[in-house]
Design a binder for this molecule. Structure first.
Ligand SMILES: Nc1ncnc2c1ncn2[C@@H]1O[C@H](COP(=O)(O)OP(=O)(O)OP(=O)(O)O)[C@@H](O)[C@H]1O
Length: 297
């Protein structure tokens, strides 16, 4: 039987470097005895077509792209009950999830890692009808990722997130939320919330210090509304992965959260999923333990 891998690439991700490496992909996979079945994502949102013609010969799906591409592919695989392992070649901007699972941003090295074929079962999340991999977030701070223009992200890379973040902090507007977990209910004004599956987001490492991809739990971090001078140093500590013990930070581990807006605040209608626009509020977020196979480093 032919050993095939479905290889999907997003030519627009990151600095578009994936295009320069296509010959490497063919060379390495063919030398390892695989036939590459290639699909180029043609435009925004075009990953579904790439997963339409899978057969028994396919042994894995490989996506070359950033967090958004990997998240879109996971979403479609879950919806279509495709149980193949997913390999991620990190060619995006932040690449939070791929680097968390040990994939190198050196593309040749990450191909070698995939060819070692270490399969791991990881938890994934579902928010309303959308599956996600890394983080579900809401609020002004999390808006940074999807409101930063793709072109600007590609040109400036991670710096774009920081610059946009600083600009946003000056006109910050808190939102009134009710956060319900299976054990607690908290209502109040928040600047942002993040429901982590891994530990990293927006290119920042170890934000959710106690998180793990296969522990059956999400880690929620919610930032309460507070004096902007005081809170900006807390946020800076958070982004640097420092130990946060502050009354304005809520940290809860749970497998289920419901997040509702209180009142009719129109400023934020959608959450953010893995750096892309996600479903509308109210949000029901459920963890699916060890629900997906990935190829890890
Ligand atoms: N051919 C294409 N042209 C433009 N956009 C595309 C194309 N194919 C896919 N997309 C879109 O690109 C977005 C995903 O980009 P992705 O997140 O992978 O890269 P990134 O933003 O550079 O990286 P990261 O999320 O890791 O910072 C998705 O919204 C997807 O629909």
């Amino acid at each position: 039987m032919t050993k095939k891998v479905k290889f999907i690439y997003n030519p627009a991700a990151g600095d578009r470097s994936v295009i320069r490496y296509l010959d490497n992909f063919f060379e390495k996979f063919q030398s390892a005895g695989f036939k590459l079945d290639v699909y180029r994502s043609m435009e925004e949102g075009d990953f579904r077509n790439g997963l339409d013609d899978l057969s028994e010969d396919h042994k894995a799906i490989i996506i070359a792209g950033g967090d958004g591409s990997a998240s879109n592919v996971i979403n479609i695989m879950q919806q279509k009950n495709i149980e193949l392992p997913l390999g991620i070649i990190p060619t995006g901007t932040a690449n939070d999830f791929a680097s968390y699972i040990g994939m190198s941003e050196n593309i040749e090295r990450s191909i070698d890692t995939i060819l070692k074929w270490k399969i791991k079962e990881v938890d994934i999340g579902r928010v309303n009808d959308r599956f996600f991999l890394n983080v579900c977030a809401g609020g002004v701070i999390s808006n940074i990722a999807h409101r930063t223009e793709t072109e600007m992200k590609n040109r400036l890379g991670k710096v774009a997130y920081y610059l946009y973040g600083l600009k946003e902090l000056t006109n910050i507007k808190p939102m009134a939320l009710k956060i319900t977990s299976s054990q607690r209910e908290i209502s109040g004004e928040f600047l942002a919330f993040f429901i982590f599956n891994s530990k990293d987001a927006g290119g920042f490492k170890n934000i959710a210090q106690f998180a793990s991809i296969d522990d059956g739990l999400f880690d929620l971090i919610a930032i309460k509304s507070a004096n902007i001078i005081k809170i900006s140093s807390v946020i800076a500590d958070l982004l640097q992965g420092k130990n946060i013990n502050n009354d304005n930070i809520i940290y809860i581990q749970d497998e289920y959260f419901k997040i509702e807006k209180i009142g009719d605040d129109r400023a934020i209608e959608h959450c953010d999923i893995d750096g892309e626009k996600g479903p509308r509020f109210p949000l029901e977020i459920q963890l699916l333990p060890k629900a997906h196979k990935i190829i890890s480093g």
